[in-house]
Write a protein that binds this ligand. Structure first.
Ligand SMILES: NC(=O)c1ccc[n+]([C@@H]2O[C@H](COP(=O)([O-])OP(=O)(O)OC[C@H]3O[C@@H](n4cnc5c(N)ncnc54)[C@H](OP(=O)(O)O)[C@@H]3O)[C@@H](O)[C@H]2O)c1
Length: 293
């Protein structure tokens, strides 16, 4: 298969490129950071700047987006360009390809939780609104994934939340985990398996993909600390409502994943399995870095 992955330097995008490049021809787009991934083809493309004429692409996984929630609130025009216009440009560049759009659980307002695919979205933030509008650009036959993801960043210059947390715990610092935010996160490694199945079976429509059990961010961070061998007590309970965020944060964006469970052969991993996978990747990266010194 010829697969185009947008946002190849992002947390999800870089994992997907590395996952799929041995079995498929993978072309990935970069924007500000032109990272090199051996065995895949890099294409520099600011998606807000118009379409390209790309032929022979079988599937596109559109991960590129403006993901900074407060950044979107501060600059709604740029958020619209990056999350809506860019999606339209991408769709218009690959006629005939299967389009897979990575959306977000932030399309919901979080007042109720356990949202199914047929629940009416009602985003609280510019980020959520523009991601929802981006969904509207996906053509018939495309696939929209509503999710919340976690994994390693794409390199030392772009560490993810997990590496930042590990660094703090290693320094003997404590970290705050919110007890008033509930979600159903899926690790990028697990999501890659779902995406591969979507491409193989050419699945279409909206799917919620997430862990089978919702958890608070506090529980999530304690599970991370435990897997990485730190005392979970170093994760302190905190309240997101006490933080002065620019964009409002939804309280409970847990997703009902019944449709995915009934459709996919791929299974959702629990936190322990996901963090185990992330730890292996992390140690592997540390090893590579040490060998290079
Ligand atoms: N991370 C989460 O917790 C989460 C939760 C739910 C849904 N999602 C969705 O999952 C997807 C992947 O998230 P992620 O965390 O991997 O995001 P990320 O790490 O922030 O990566 C996003 C990528 O998009 C690229 N990009 C931004 N603007 C662009 C433009 N105008 N043209 C081309 N590329 C552009 C960025 O490139 P530069 O950095 O070089 O600009 C970056 O590589 C996103 O669509 C996001 O909305 C994420």
């Amino acid at each position: 298969m010829n697969i185009l992955i947008t946002g190849g330097a992002g947390m999800l995008g870089h994992l997907l490129v590395n996952r799929f490049k041995s079995r498929h021809r993978v072309i990935y787009t970069t924007h500000r950071d032109a990272i090199n991934i051996d065995g895949a083809e890099q294409m520099s493309w600011d998606l807000t700047q118009g379409r390209k004429a790309l032929s022979g692409i079988d599937a596109v996984i559109h991960t590129a987006a403006m993901t900074n929630v407060d950044g979107c609130e501060k600059d709604p025009g740029q958020a619209h360009q990056s999350n809506v216009a860019a999606t339209r440009n991408m769709v218009n560049s690959v006629p005939g390809a299967q389009v897979i759009y990575i959306s977000t659980d932030f399309v919901f307002d979080g007042t109720r939780g356990n949202y199914s695919e047929s629940d009416v979205p009602s985003p609280l933030s510019v980020y959520g609104r523009t991601k929802l509008e981006g969904e509207g650009e996906i053509p018939q036959g495309g696939c929209i994934i509503r999710t919340s993801i976690y994994g390693l960043g794409s390199g030392p210059q772009r560490p993810g939340m997990v590496e930042k947390m590990i660094a703090r715990l290693r320094n003997g610092e404590t970290v705050n985990g919110f007890t008033d935010q509930i979600f159903t996160p899926v690790s990028t490694g697990n999501l890659a398996l779902f995406l591969e199945e979507i491409m193989e079976r050419r699945l279409a429509g909206i799917y919620n993909i997430g862990s089978s059990q919702p958890c608070t961010k506090y529980e999530f961070m304690r599970a991370a600390a435990r897997t990485f061998g730190f005392d979970p007590e170093a994760v302190k309970p905190g309240l997101s409502s006490a933080v002065n965020y620019l964009a409002p944060r939804p309280r409970d964006v847990s997703l009902d994943t019944t449709k995915a469970r009934n459709t996919f052969k791929t299974e959702a991993w629990d936190l322990e399995k996901s963090f185990g996978f992330i730890k292996t990747q992390y140690l592997c990266h540390q090893d590579t870095k040490t060998q290079k010194l």
